[in-house]
Design a protein around this ligand. Structure first.
Ligand code: WQD
Length: 338
């Protein structure tokens, strides 16, 4: 059974990708420092999969630990999620983001080269486009100057990967530029676990819906959009997980040295108010919200052109916005039962 190392594998997208990998016949191996995830995710995975996944607690910057993992397991490939991802925090603590997000990728690449592991799927982000020059966004749409150190680490990491491939290294890489991941596994046994006050929209919505938050603040309704609120491409985390499996599959017959990148979104954009309306529909309850000031750094509208990933990877989204919000809400309800 082909073994795939998932860095950050106890995290939101990592844990859902572990399920998708097992369902596709792969054996995931997890490394996670649990700085932005919880060991309860491992219990959820055990209940879904009926087996414990090998998990190493530690930091991808720890070269000796990475060498130990690569020595313990003959890996087919790696999916690299492990990174800090809070836009606001990155502005306050840039060095933490450069050291962790960029540093851990360099350590991973060195270790892959040392052990002859060739296949890598990298977690990138639509944030590299900033406010795109064109909509929907294509992979050829120019990247913009990053709005945050977090976004800059994603651009730098993409450039590192391209330079390694240009050097002729024996490595095959796909970068996936995520749009806005939401939702949870249908079992409600794993899902998003934001630490503290959620920065992202959907967890704040579901926490408001269940009464953990008093009300949602909509960050501005005076933008140039149909209802004045920002537009994003919200993609179900299980659709996103599937894109990672299809990327690993796709790399299996590629040349010794290979790089490609794909947008991973639904191809549809929804406003904040449309998300609220969809949530009220699936939860059957009104959401307490008010309109507040714009949030600095927010892109007004961004959604993906998905033609390339559909044609080359044979991937397409299976879940709707309502499906994702229903799964997010069911997950929030399950958390309240714990
Ligand atoms: C979505 C929309 C907010 C919260 C960020 C990162 C991106 C990725 C996903 C890591 C915006 C509005 C939000 C709230 C609101 N992270 N909103 N009230 O900013 O598109 O993307 O998270 O990969 O890289 O940049 O996602 O969910 O924070 O915001 O009105 O309480 O919801 O203004 O328009 P974003 P988000």
């Amino acid at each position: 059974m082909d073994k795939i190392l998932i860095t950050g594998g106890a995290g939101y997208i990592g844990s859902h990708t572990a399920v998708a990998l097992v369902n596709a016949g792969y054996q995931p191996i997890i490394i996670d420092d649990f700085s932005n995830s919880n060991k309860s995710a491992l219990n959820g995975l055990q209940q879904i999969l009926g087996t414990d996944l090998p998990c190493y607690e530690g930091d991808c910057n720890d070269k000796k630990l990475m060498q130990q993992i690569f020595s313990d397991h003959e890996l087919t490939g790696v999916i690299h999620f492990a990174a800090n991802k809070a836009v606001g925090e990155s502005t306050a603590f840039p060095l933490k983001y450069y050291k962790n997000n960029v540093g851990s990728l360099v350590v991973l690449l060195e270790t892959m080269e040392e052990f002859g592991v060739k296949d890598l799927v990298f977690s990138s982000s639509c944030t590299v486009y900033g406010q795109p020059d064109e909509l929907p966004v294509k992979e050829t749409t120019p990247r913009k100057v990053a709005e945050s150190p977090y976004g800059n680490t994603k651009k730098i990491c993409e450039d590192i990967l391209i330079d390694v491939v240009k050097s002729g290294a024996s490595i095959r890489i796909i970068s996936l530029r995520y749009f806005n991941p939401i939702g949870a596994h249908e079992s409600s046994l794993i899902g998003e676990l934001p630490l503290g006050v959620p920065a992202n929209l959907v967890p704040f919505v579901t926490q408001t819906g269940i009464g953990l938050r008093e009300k949602l603040t909509v960050h501005g309704n005076d933008y140039d959009t149909p209802d004045g609120t920002c537009i994003r491409d919200y993609i179900h985390v299980m659709d996103l997980a599937d894109a990672h499996v299809k990327s690993i599959d796709y790399l299996q017959d590629k040349p010794e040295t290979y790089y490609d990148l794909f947008n991973v979104g639904t191809g549809n954009g929804n406003t904040v108010l449309e998300v609220i309306q969809a949530f009220e529909k699936v939860s059957g309850k009104p959401l307490n919200y008010h309109i507040g000031p714009r949030r600095p750094g927010d892109v007004v509208k961004v959604w993906a052109d998905t033609q390339k990933i559909e044609e080359k990877l044979g991937w397409k989204p299976n879940y709707s916005l309502e499906d994702a919000l229903r799964d997010s809400w069911n997950w929030q309800l399950a958390l309240a039962e714990k």
